[in-house]
Design a binder for this molecule. Structure first.
Ligand SMILES: CC(C)(COP(=O)(O)OP(=O)(O)OC[C@H]1O[C@@H](n2cnc3c(N)ncnc32)[C@H](O)[C@@H]1OP(=O)(O)O)[C@@H](O)C(=O)NCCC(=O)NCCS
Length: 176
């Protein structure tokens, strides 16, 4: 299976597919919110202008490879969040570390329904089916909601790590 324009992942309640430019208003709404950006990146930065979405979509397109890339998660046709599966940069040189990470960013209107866990579970399965042996997740130390997603997914908590992104994160892993 390949994450091309024709492929989607279907779960009990959700559809995961590629983002398109028609999803721009949702992505701007998502990434302009402090409660979404609070624990993302070393220095959280809210999107200030809708024009920032197009370059983001371009960066996401460049990440597409097999089942890796950035998925849009939809409840019927309503966008609710982002799940990514991509190479994770090492601390220091920011070169690819050799590991692949899974991550999730959901709109607050969609929190508390199990959507992030349901969508990420499907992406983990797809990642392993595509041949990956190990998938990691990193969260900000205080991001207990994201750590709970890792635990619900059955990922193993490996403790604090400074291996990635030039910062110290809680590290989780899932093995095939
Ligand atoms: C991290 C994030 C995705 C977690 O979202 P979430 O909604 O708490 O996670 P889930 O989708 O797994 O939902 C679990 C919640 O839904 C509830 N729930 C309701 N119906 C459910 C169902 N049918 N199945 C499973 N859980 C359900 C669970 O009880 C749980 O609620 P609780 O935490 O209050 O007990 C969200 O907080 C977010 O997007 N944050 C901003 C971005 C971010 O920080 N991303 C992570 C960077 S590392």
């Amino acid at each position: 299976m390949d994450m091309d324009s024709s492929s989607t992942l279907i779960t009990e309640r959700l559809t995961l597919r590629r983002w398109t430019s028609s999803d721009t208003p949702f992505l701007f709404d998502l990434y302009s919110r402090p409660e979404v950006q609070r624990y993302i990146g070393r220095t959280p930065r809210m999107m200030a202008d809708v024009s920032e979405v197009a370059p983001l979509l371009e960066r996401w397109e460049a990440l597409r490879s097999g089942m890796q890339g950035v998925w849009g998660v939809f409840d019927d046709e309503q966008p609710c969040g982002v799940v990514l599966l991509k190479p994770i940069p090492a601390s220091g040189n920011r070169e690819p570390s050799g590991d692949v990470e899974i991550g999730w960013h959901f709109h607050p209107d969609s929190w508390g329904r199990g959507y992030a866990t349901e969508a990420a579970a499907a992406v983990l399965v797809a990642g392993f089916e595509s041949g990956l042996d190990r998938i990691v997740a990193v969260t900000h130390r205080e991001n207990v909601a994201s750590q709970a997603v890792c635990r619900r997914l059955g990922m193993t908590h490996l403790g604090l790590s400074d291996r990635y992104y030039d910062t110290t994160c809680e590290l989780f892993e899932a093995l095939r």
